[in-house]
Structure formats: structure tokens, C-alpha cells
Design a protein around this ligand. Structure first.
Ligand code: G3I
Length: 388
């Protein structure tokens, strides 16, 4: 029995070593006259001959322009990423090394209602403060995120029963306190104080009807103006946004958002921007993304790409990564063609912390840097998009 187990282990080790040797890692050797190691390169790289004795695996990505510099050269305010303190304070030196080079940060979860007001009237800002402090020490913009969203609500709120007056005050207190806490702390761009808040996140269903949650069910559509007014009073200089997904193409949800913006504008409610999340699927970037952004801008608001990622069915191949490059380039080019598209945020810059694999099993590789911080062809697509 012992002998059987030992030989089984030996076979497994042999198989493992053979498999490991069959593919050279990125930057590893993949050829040469005396080379008898692997000649196939890891996905994301290709074998390039240096001389007769040495070939190695170079990343497919060859762009060196910093993405934020490319965005600013194109007249945008920033190229940034979602993040949270657990990521940049980890022992992973490289995460922070690359994060610092971006121009803008969005706190991925740490300013959500369950994190900032877990008990009614008890505010905790530690996670958000960490992101804002990190951004300030690296001269980065922050997009505040978010005041009112159906998700990540504390139980006292999600399962509470309130009168109109009670919930109105709850929304006013939350938005006013949250936005007020960061008022004036954030961001100098060319002597102009600029920062934005996603005051309302994901108010609509995909068919354009209002999402059923404690806010809509209690206050009707008025929760939107209540939140926006409170945010504006707390920080009159902030750009106030409504943010959603599946509004990046013509359809009932985009129409509903446009009608909401028109109504708010006509009523004098402070609204300055629409965030298009842009969680896309490989090969399915909407053709009318630029047109849709222009239609929002025509209503008198700016737009931003707020949560960009482009997922694929795994495993990735070089062909899929090249398609992803084209897709990223399409998105960035669309923003580039619209002067009032002010910036682009990716929903984490690295696959290491992407939300995709846990939400869509079998899919991933959605970000422009892989999980080892190697730039993907998508990165070159981003740079090309800003230079288009
Ligand atoms: O904080 C708890 C922690 O205490 C607990 O131990 C752990 C166990 O699962 O869960 C932690 O909460 C998680 C939270 O992220 C913070 O890490 C939730 O389970 C998890 O579901 C949550 O996922 C977030 C998701 O929104 C749902 O809220 C993702 O990180 C975040 O990237 C994702 O982002 C959303 C945007 O806010 C809105 N647009 C779509 C986008 C993608 O879904």
C-alpha cells in the first residue's frame, strides 16, 4: 500500500513538473540553440528571438505611457481605479506601487451605507478616510461612492419600516453627514476644487422601471432629489452624479435615466453628471456608447466611465486578450470623442482584486493588469484610445 502510494506520488510529481516545464513564464526563456526547456510562452506573452542562443517570452503589451498621463494629455481629468484600504495596506507592495501611478480612486465598498452608518446615527469613516488619505498623499482625485444604493444597506435600514418624514430625515442625515465629512478635503486640479459623488447608485431595473427598495417604496421618486439636495448643501462644490449599468446603449434603462435627468434639471435639483458603469462582456461593447454619452451631455450634464471592466470566459488565450484590447480601445475612444466625458475608472486595475470571478464563475481576466501586475494588451488599447 505504501509502495503504491509512493509511486502514485512520483507520477503526480512527474506530471506536475512536465506541465510546469511545458510553458515558459512571461520573461522566461523559450528558445535557443542549446535550450531544451519549454518553447511555448505563458498566455499574455509571445516568444521573441534575441539571438541564436536566447529567445524569451515578452508580454504582448508594449505601451509605456502612463495611463493617467495619456488621459490628461487627451484633456480628461483622470484615469483611475476602484480600491479599498484592505488592498493597498496589504503586504503586497506591488499593488500600491501601480495604484499610486493612477490619477483617481473610488472606494469600492468602504463608503457604502453599511460601512458608514451601521447603526442609525452612528457614523464610521475609517475605510473611506483611508482611501481619501491615500489619494491625498499621492495627489489623486477621489470620486465619492456612494450615498444611496439599494445594496450594502445595514439591517436597521433595509428591513426598517419608516414614515415618509422619518426616511426623508434618514436620507438627509446620511448624505449630508457623509458628503460633509469629505467636503473640501479632496482634490485640487489646476486650482479648481474638483471632486464628484455618486449620490444615487443603480436606481433603475433593466426595463427602466424604478427598483423596489426601502427608498423608492417609502418615498417614491423623491428620494433622488432629497439625496441630491442634501449632498449639495453639504458640499456645494461637489459634482453630483447618478450612476448605473446597462445605460450604455439605447434601451428602456437609458431612456429612463435621460427622463430622470430632464425632470431633475427642469425642477432645479442639483445634478451634474451621469456615471456609466461599463461592466462589459468581451466582444459586446455597445456600438452606440459614444452616441449615448452625447445624448446625456446634451441634457446639460457631464459623463464619466465609472466602473469599467471587460470580462471573458476562462481560460484566457492570446486571441481573447487581443479582442479585449480592441474592446478597451473602443470604450476609451468613445469617451475621448466626447469632451464632457471627464474621466475613466476601472473596477480595480488588476485581476487580483476583481469582483468578476466570484460573481460570474468561469469568467474573469476583466482588468487591464493581470493578477501578477503584468500589463495586458488591454492596457495598450486604453493608451491607444486616449491617443485616438
Ligand atoms: O464586508 C464583508 C465581510 O465582513 C465578510 O466577512 C465578507 C464575507 O463574504 O463579506 C464582506 O462583504 C463583501 C463586500 O463586497 C466587501 O468586501 C460582500 O460579501 C461582497 O458581496 C461585496 O461585493 C461587492 C459587490 O459590489 C456587492 O456589494 C464587490 O466587492 C464590489 O466590487 C461590487 O461593486 C459593484 C458596485 O458597487 C456597483 N456596480 C456594480 C459593481 C459590481 O457588482
Amino acid at each position: 500500500m505504501l509502495a503504491l502510494s509512493t509511486s502514485f506520488v512520483s507520477i503526480m510529481v512527474f506530471v506536475y513538473v512536465s506541465a510546469a516545464q511545458s510553458v515558459a513564464p512571461i520573461y522566461g526563456q523559450c528558445g535557443g540553440l542549446t535550450w531544451n526547456g519549454p518553447t511555448t510562452c505563458a498566455v499574455g506573452s509571445t516568444c521573441v528571438k534575441e539571438n541564436d542562443y536566447f529567445s524569451n517570452c515578452f508580454p504582448l503589451s508594449t505601451a509605456y505611457t502612463p495611463a493617467n498621463a495619456a488621459a490628461q494629455a487627451a484633456g480628461k481629468l483622470y484615469f483611475g481605479s476602484a480600491t479599498d484600504a484592505s488592498e493597498f495596506t496589504s503586504s503586497d507592495y506591488y499593488y500600491s506601487y501601480y495604484l499610486k501611478q493612477l490619477g483617481q480612486l473610488t472606494p469600492e465598498n468602504s463608503m457604502n451605507w453599511n460601512a458608514t452608518e451601521p447603526e442609525q446615527g452612528v457614523f464610521t469613516f475609517a475605510g473611506g478616510d483611508a482611501v481619501v488619505g491615500y489619494a491625498q498623499s499621492n495627489s489623486q482625485l477621489v470620486r465619492g461612492y456612494n450615498c444611496v444604493w439599494y445594496n450594502q444597506l445595514p439591517n436597521w435600514l433595509a428591513n426598517g419600516v419608516f414614515t415618509v418624514a422619518e426616511l426623508t430625515e434618514i436620507v438627509q442625515t446620511h448624505c449630508g453627514t457623509l458628503v460633509g465629512h469629505y467636503e473640501g478635503q479632496v482634490q485640487v486640479v489646476s486650482d479648481l476644487f474638483v471632486h464628484s459623488w455618486d449620490v444615487i447608485n443603480e436606481p433603475f431595473n433593466d426595463d427602466g422601471t424604478w427598483r423596489s427598495d426601502v427608498f423608492y417604496n417609502t418615498l417614491g421618486t423623491s428620494f433622488v432629489s432629497i439625496a441630491l439636495e442634501a449632498a449639495s448643501a453639504a458640499d456645494p462644490n461637489a459634482k453630483l452624479y447618478i450612476n448605473d449599468y446597462n445605460i450604455e446603449f439605447a434601451g428602456p434603462k437609458a431612456t429612463a435615466m435621460m427622463e430622470l435627468i430632464q425632470t431633475l434639471k427642469a425642477s432645479g435639483v442639483p445634478i451634474h453628471g451621469v456615471g456609466l458603469q461599463c461592466h462589459f462582456v468581451l466582444g459586446q461593447v455597445p456600438d452606440d456608447l459614444q452616441t449615448i454619452m452625447e445624448q446625456f451631455v446634451a441634457l446639460g450634464v457631464e459623463v464619466a466611465i465609472t466602473e469599467l471592466d471587460i470580462r471573458m470566459t476562462l481560460p484566457a488565450t492570446n486571441e481573447l486578450l487581443i479582442q479585449q484590447k480592441a474592446d478597451y480601445q473602443s470604450v476609451i475612444s468613445a469617451c475621448n470623442a466626447v469632451p464632457d466625458c471627464v474621466g475613466v475608472t476601472v473596477w480595480d486595475y488588476t485581476d487580483k482584486y476583481s469582483w468578476i470571478p466570484s460573481a460570474f464563475p468561469g469568467q474573469g481576466e476583466a482588468c487591464p493588469w493581470d493578477s501578477s501586475y503584468v500589463q495586458k494588451p488591454a492596457y495598450d488599447g486604453i493608451i491607444a484610445g486616449f491617443q485616438s
